[in-house]
Design a protein around this ligand. Structure first.
Ligand SMILES: *Cc1c(COP(=O)(O)O)cnc(C)c1O
Length: 384
């Protein structure tokens, strides 16, 4: 494969003022440690736009998930229900506390955890349900929250991919007890590495601040609420430098434009590829009418592993980079060691074999989208 990539899979978007704000943090604010002016601006922005009780910036979504596991009081042997078709941190954050991931299958339409399978996976050790909003498309949150209420469980939303997506008008990450989002370079809104813990239940706010500050009451101390700054609980260093927050704030100011542009590309893919889906060659993404998505990932599902490999190879020969996604966690070495599976996970296996993610980035031109989609049609010898 010596030919050059003409259409990459992703190109991180730079809004324009990132370096200006970093310079401001360094030379004007003289605050490069955590919780400086830019961190406060980002947190206020997220609290307002997402409608969360409290937002705390973290250095990654993984950090926010680790904090959630501590806040939910996960202890060795406690079970955490989650999909197997997800990123490692969804599970590893709970395993760090001795939790046991219990992997359930996903829905064939949204590729999110199949809410119908949750109740049969619940045991006396179950503590948390972790809905992962794959590709920025919402899980069935009403049903998940209802099950959690009836069984007295916590819901921690892995909204790493969900920024600005909604479920029945509510922002993803703002519905469960806690939520985690990511600003990793591969996501929609970025700061290289970055994330946020979304606290929706008042009772977690104070302890969340303590856990994020190495287990100290530093935050209350700076607000003048306590006289001494001291070690009071377990915790770690989960806060990002204000330099990272400065970068992130420049992105936040452009959020609406970033999401609109991604959704435009997404819709164009949908429109051009629809005939292939109608003919039964591929499956296209599905978003329920109650939900609004953020155009995070555009994928197609082929009929077999062999067909996906051949299609990816065909696109690569045209200079187009399309990628598959997760190795299901239940089939990974650590997933087998630390987790448990319920059911056959048939859909997970199929999707892991057959899903192909297409290029999608802010600078992508209409002609590039047409070229990718056109080549897929060519592969299937479809002339519509
Ligand atoms: C990206 C991602 C994460 C991890 O985010 P980081 O900010 O890199 O820690 C976790 N879960 C899901 C579903 C993700 O897509």
């Amino acid at each position: 494969m010596s030919n050059k990539i003409k259409i990459p899979f992703n190109k991180p978007f730079i809004a324009g003022k990132e370096l200006l704000y970093i310079a401001q943090a360094v030379t004007e604010n003289h605050h490069t440690a955590g919780d400086g002016p830019f961190t406060k601006k980002c947190q206020a922005w997220l609290e307002e736009r997402l409608g969360c009780r409290k937002v705390l910036l973290t250095h990654s979504c993984t950090a926010a998930l680790e904090m959630s596991a501590i806040l939910a009081g996960v202890r060795p042997g406690d079970e955490i229900i989650m999909p197997s078709y997800t990123f490692v941190s969804t599970a590893s954050s709970f395993v760090l506390r001795g939790g046991v991931p219990v992997f359930i299958d996903i829905r064939p339409d949204t590729l999110n955890m199949n809410e119908q399978l949750i109740e049969s996976a619940i045991t006396s050790r179950t503590k948390v349900i972790v809905p992962v909003h794959y590709a920025g498309v919402s899980c069935e949150m009403d049903m998940i929250m209802d099950i959690a209420r009836r069984h007295n469980l916590f819901v921690i939303e892995d909204a790493a991919q969900g920024i600005m997506s909604t479920y029945k008008g509510r922002q993803l990450g703002s519905i469960g007890h806690l939520g985690a989002c990511s600003f990793h370079e591969t996501k929609n809104i970025i700061s290289g590495e970055g994330g946020a813990l979304l606290v929706n239940d008042e009772k977690f706010v104070e302890r969340a601040e303590i856990i994020r500050e190495k287990g100290t009451n530093r935050s209350s101390f700076f607000r003048g609420q306590v006289e001494k700054y001291t070690w009071v609980d377990i915790g770690s260093s989960y806060l990002p430098s204000d330099i990272i927050a400065a970068f992130l704030y420049a992105q936040m100011e452009n959020t609406d434009q970033i999401i609109a542009q991604r959704n435009l590309i997404y819709s164009l893919y949908m429109e051009i590829l629809r005939p292939l889906a109608e003919k039964g060659y591929i499956q296209l993404p599905f978003t329920h009418t109650d939900c609004r998505s953020n155009g995070h990932i555009f994928y197609i599902i082929t009929r077999s592993l062999k067909e996906r490999m051949a299609l990816a190879q065909f696109l690569r020969e045209q200079g187009i980079l399309a990628l598959f996604h997760y190795v299901p966690l239940h089939s990974s070495p650590a997933g087998k060691l630390y987790g448990r599976t319920t059911g056959t996970l048939e859909v997970t296996r199929k999707v892991s074999d057959c899903l192909l993610r297409l290029p999608l980035y802010h600078e992508m031109k209409e002609k590039d989208v047409r070229s990718v989609a056109g080549n897929i049609k060519k592969f299937y010898k479809c002339s519509d």
